[in-house]
Design a protein around this ligand. Structure first.
Ligand SMILES: Cc1cc2nc3c(=O)[nH]c(=O)nc-3n(C[C@H](O)[C@H](O)[C@H](O)COP(=O)(O)OP(=O)(O)OC[C@H]3O[C@@H](n4cnc5c(N)ncnc54)[C@H](O)[C@@H]3O)c2cc1C
Length: 488
């Protein structure tokens, strides 16, 4: 086994935005940093791939944050690369398009007078029930019905959610609804309809975006980290985490079949928490391993079609509800930025939710591209076969953490157990098993780095991306500056 000459450094597992944000902050403060990333490139879930001159994102990624600190941090990295993109997102079902976030008049007129009346009655009933009975809400279904009433739930949320998760909404925890539609209720929709309110997360209708694709954030961080002497190893999978006396002493990773062992003082992990638990050596309590094994994820195929047309629709992305259509969302890259596709062309990116090993996942790339092209052409009739000049399939394991009922209790126990290890911090979306957006993952990475630099756990990573954060807006106003450089 190879040994890595890396004593005294900080080891970061996973080169997504959380790991890179931490690496950037630490390298700015002249710390020795080593980032180990399993994929052939960094960026994790927020990448921009380039194929034959077409740049396209790994799913629609709009930058939005309630934290000025995180926003300033992002602007510092990307500078004048950032543009403002107007958002148009719609829902497609029953051969019709509806605005998303829901616009009341559009929704009620679109679903027909009888369903609309039922929706209003159901909504009033749900609100009274919520106020008077204060029902115990457990599942995603409970959450949506409580917020919107049964008819709106069945019309606008149930089908899509079940397509995304591949499970009944009764099997998924209400927490997902809380995070996803935080603050979005009929009152805010009414306000939006009549007064164009802009104060709610899901109603943001313009967002920041790097004109060369969301992956620029990761690309720029890599440049900055390397400039300061940080090291990033890609195509390297962490496959053991060695513990001595409640401290991680070293980790092992595999690259090109070669195993390497590397020691470190401090560790940050953004790799999935269940993998982390599994890799600890010597093995930890079976009960914890069992809880980790219970955690589920939804995987995804992302299918890019390169098309000899521009602005096929005006949408940044469209949610596609019918189960008969294999993809659940389609985004059109030239509605995000003109700098992503060769002149006269665009890329459509389709998301197909599935589970590793199922029939969809097992299809060959050629089969998947044909299936998606046929389906899009036949259903929407906006392009024809001759317009398509190429395709590409990106397979993403562990795209969405699934909040099974009881997941919170399970992950709390796992995290409590892992908190017994004194030199590791868990960050990131799958690292903390939190439905993070990019800003949350960045903030977690920053907190982890600052904790190391302050030499104590001052910043509470677990406080990020929970309801409380949205109430205590602008918690931290300034970026911590540990930089030893004069002009950064
Ligand atoms: C389709 C989609 C759309 C999204 N849209 C938005 C949006 O509009 N706005 C927004 O703010 N956020 C959005 N997000 C969320 C955003 O992408 C994530 O929150 C963010 O990218 C997560 O970063 P991370 O570093 O926490 O995790 P990840 O990106 O998952 O990074 C973890 C890294 O660890 C690596 N890894 C795993 N196991 C190992 C191992 N054993 N050894 C070494 N490396 C390992 C992985 O390869 C990965 O690169 C979206 C996500 C998806 C999937």
């Amino acid at each position: 086994m190879k040994k890595f000459n890396n004593n005294g450094s900080i080891i970061i597992m996973g080169g997504g935005l959380a790991g890179l944000a931490a690496g950037y902050e630490l390298s700015r403060a002249k710390k020795r940093v080593l980032i180990i990333e399993k994929w052939d490139d960094v960026g994790g879930l927020a990448r921009t791939l380039e194929v034959n001159g077409f740049r396209f994102d790994t799913g629609p990624h709009r930058w939005y944050t309630k934290s000025n600190m995180v926003n300033d941090w992002m602007l510092k990295i990307l500078g004048d690369e950032v543009i403002k993109v107007p958002r148009l997102t719609r829902i497609y079902f029953d051969n019709r398009f509806f605005f998303y976030p829901i616009k009341l008049m559009n929704a009620l007129t679109g679903i027909g007078i009888i369903t609309a009346c039922r929706a209003v009655i159901d909504y009033i009933f749900a609100r009274f029930r919520a106020r008077l009975l204060k029902p115990h809400l457990l599942t995603m279904e409970d959450g949506y019905i409580n917020q919107f009433g049964k008819t709106l739930y069945e019309t606008f949320f149930k089908r899509y959610s079940e397509k995304l998760w591949g499970q009944d909404c009764k099997q998924i925890s209400i927490d997902w609804v809380g995070q996803r539609t935080r603050g979005l209720n009929i009152l805010t929709i009414l306000k939006d309809t009549f007064f164009k309110s802009k104060d709610v997360v899901s109603l943001v209708d313009e967002f920041s975006y790097p004109k060369k694709g969301i992956g620029r954030l990761a690309e720029k961080l890599v440049i900055e980290i390397k400039k300061r002497g940080g090291e990033i190893i890609t195509s390297a999978e962490v496959n053991e985490i060695n513990v001595i006396k409640n401290k991680i002493s070293s980790i092992g990773f595999k690259k090109n079949g070669q195993k390497t062992l590397v020691k470190g003082q401090q560790f940050i992990s953004s790799i999935p928490i269940d993998d982390f638990v599994k890799l600890i050596n010597p093995k930890i309590d079976k009960k914890i391993i069992h809880l980790a094994q219970k955690l589920q994820y939804r995987d995804e195929l992302q299918v890019a079609l390169f098309v000899k047309k521009t602005h096929i629709t005006a949408d940044t992305w469209i949610y596609v509800h019918p189960k008969t259509i294999p993809f659940m969302r389609v985004m059109e890259m030239d509605n995000w930025s003109d700098d992503l596709s060769p002149v006269g062309t665009t890329t459509l990116v389709f998301e197909v939710a599935c589970n590793i090993g199922d029939n969809m996942w097992k299809k060959s790339d050629t089969e998947v591209i044909k299936m998606i092209s046929d389906s899009y052409i036949n259903e929407f009739k906006l392009i024809n076969k001759n317009d398509i000049i190429g395709g590409f399939v990106h397979r993403v394991p562990k795209e969405y953490p699934v909040y099974h009922i009881g997941y919170k209790e399970d992950t709390d126990i796992i995290k409590k157990h892992l908190s017994g290890l004194s030199n590791i911090q868990l960050v990131g979306r799958n690292g903390t098993f939190r439905y993070n957006n990019m800003d949350h993952s960045v903030e977690m990475g920053l907190y982890a780095a600052w904790n190391i630099l302050k030499n104590k756990k001052m910043y509470e990573i677990e406080s990020i991306n929970i309801e409380r954060e949205y109430l205590e807006e602008k918690k931290i106003e300034n970026i911590e500056d540990f930089s030893l450089e004069e002009n950064d």
